[in-house]
Design a protein around this ligand. Structure first.
Ligand code: ADP
Length: 376
């Protein structure tokens, strides 16, 4: 039988806050999401007390995990800054007055916010795939890019951090819940030779939709660090669309070695792409380049190309902005159909023209990361 909210609350009532009050009476718990054995909630505390709360977050997670019927637990610690109080140490421009908290203490570093991040043991390079807005094919590109990198002989993982609309379960056909290893880390699911983790494996989509920026950050931090990624050359992170505060916080807090920006040729999304570029530059993440998706329409019957969106804008824009242009992916039925059926085109049609395009993009990404991968 699945665990109920009441059972979760009963187990939390036995845990004490740093001031000795039962967690359930400390006025810090978010609503508890408990469905199908998957439990998610956050503990929202004053930033000044965040350090003292971290072990309690761990205790709460362990207590819920030990309940019968619980398969997955995610407990996020978020810190609310009281008006007028000193800012907490975590670097962030999250929602006003609200700061995410690292689940793990980052190493102390100087000046740049990036210096405060810790690497993920065993993972040589974490890269982001981002877009200025939704629906441009960011997730499709992230997965096929990961597969292209795999085809180049690299060990690759994919983290779906698109908390507002996790599409990796659909794109990969994976629906299982991750199991825990001996160290109680989540074991990523494996498909197509990739290690794959998605927030969609843990919570219902509707739950994710209502998360606030800091909860997103905390959940993503846990998915990066509480997952047994193993040895990876590249971990591709499918970012939430947009360039708002949540994205900036994420870009700032995840130890990124680079970012790929996906854009369609329309002017509007190019403006959005420019914002994406500015966002990564602001947090000193190198932009590995721009991919133009749905670049031209390719007829599935005769193969004729039509530039229905004014093709070539992204290449021109990339040149103007001084970032590499990684390639053009056509708008093609085969890409949509394979994506939406959980059989990404690089894997299902490895000898086709689309796979070749994604592999060429992957080659350029690999070349830019070569130093990092080789060093690892
Ligand atoms: P995003 O992550 O930007 O929201 P998705 O990757 O989920 O976008 O793609 C949105 C839709 O567009 C999906 O149905 C996907 O199959 C389709 N799609 C993405 N790229 C292409 C392409 N190059 N050709 C045809 N359809 C595509």
């Amino acid at each position: 039988m699945s665990v109920t909210q009441q059972q979760v609350l009963d187990s939390l009532a036995r845990i004490k806050s740093p001031r000795g009050v039962a967690l359930t009476n400390a006025n810090v718990l978010s609503p508890i999401s408990a469905s199908d054995g998957k439990v998610f909630f956050s503990i929202n505390v004053d930033a000044a007390e965040a350090r003292a709360w971290e072990p309690i977050r761990g205790e709460a997670e362990a207590a819920v995990r030990s309940l019968p019927g619980v398969t997955t637990v995610l407990v996020a610690l978020t810190a609310e800054r009281k008006p007028g109080s000193a800012p907490p140490p975590a670097p962030s421009r999250g929602a006003p007055g609200v700061q995410p908290v690292h689940a793990h203490k980052p190493p102390q570093g100087g000046g740049s916010p990036m210096a405060r991040q810790s690497e993920i043991p065993g993972v040589a390079a974490v890269i982001a795939v981002a877009s200025g807005k939704g629906g441009v094919g960011k997730s499709t590109t992230a997965l096929n890019l990961a597969l292209g990198l795999r085809d180049l002989g690299l060990k690759v993982g994919l983290l779906d951090a698109d908390i507002y609309g996790p599409s990796v379960p659909r794109l990969t056909g994976l629906r299982d819940k991750p199991e825990l290893d001996g160290e109680r880390k989540m074991i990523p699911l494996r498909r197509f030779g990739l290690a794959i983790m998605s927030i969609g494996f843990l919570v219902e989509e509707e739950t994710a939709m209502i998360w606030r920026g800091p909860m997103v950050m905390s959940a993503v931090t846990q998915m990066l660090r509480d997952v047994a990624w193993g040895q990876l050359d590249v971990l591709v992170v499918d970012m939430p669309p947009g360039t708002g505060d949540a994205q900036l916080t994420l870009a700032q807090n995840v130890p990124l070695k680079g970012a790929v920006i996906v854009s369609t040729p329309q002017d509007l999304s190019l403006i959005d792409a420019r914002r994406g570029l500015a966002m990564f530059r602001k947090v000193n993440v190198p932009v590995l380049g721009i991919v133009e998706n749905m670049s031209y329409f390719q007829c599935p019957h005769c193969g004729t190309k039509s530039d229905i969106f004014g093709h070539g804008g992204a290449r021109h824009e990339a040149e103007k902005l001084g970032v590499p242009f990684l390639g053009e992916i056509p708008l093609h039925m085969a890409i949509r159909a394979t994506s939406d059926a959980g059989n990404p085109v690089v894997d299902s049609e490895p000898d086709g023209p689309h796979a070749a395009i994604y592999r060429a993009i992957a080659g350029q990404v690999r070349d830019q990361l070569r130093g990092v991968i080789a060093a690892a």
